[in-house]
Design a protein around this ligand. Structure first.
Ligand code: ZN
Length: 86
């Protein structure tokens, strides 16, 4: 009889531990996801080293382009591509 009680306690302890282990994890993941701002795709443009235009990532002229912020591209005097209209 005493052994059965011990088994029951063990099951309860394990179940509680599993519950506690799952709860903080999900709360933590949610907090981290809320704290890390995902950069808006509107703010990233792609420009080649010697080009005068900046592009969207999928533009056919942006093959060798590097990502940069739209602010940086405009600060360098680059203008939006007429094809992809970033
Ligand atoms: Zn383009």
């Amino acid at each position: 009889m005493r052994k059965n009680v011990q088994n029951l306690l063990t099951v309860v302890v394990f179940a509680t531990a599993a519950l506690l282990a799952s709860l903080p994890g999900s709360v933590l993941a949610k907090t981290v996801a809320e704290q890390v701002p995902s950069p808006s795709s509107d703010d990233v443009v792609y420009a080649t080293a010697h080009g005068k235009r900046y592009h969207r990532k999928d533009c056919r002229y942006a093959k060798d382009a590097s990502p940069m912020s739209r602010k940086d591209a405009e600060a360098k005097g680059l203008t939006p591509c007429k094809v992809c209209k970033p």
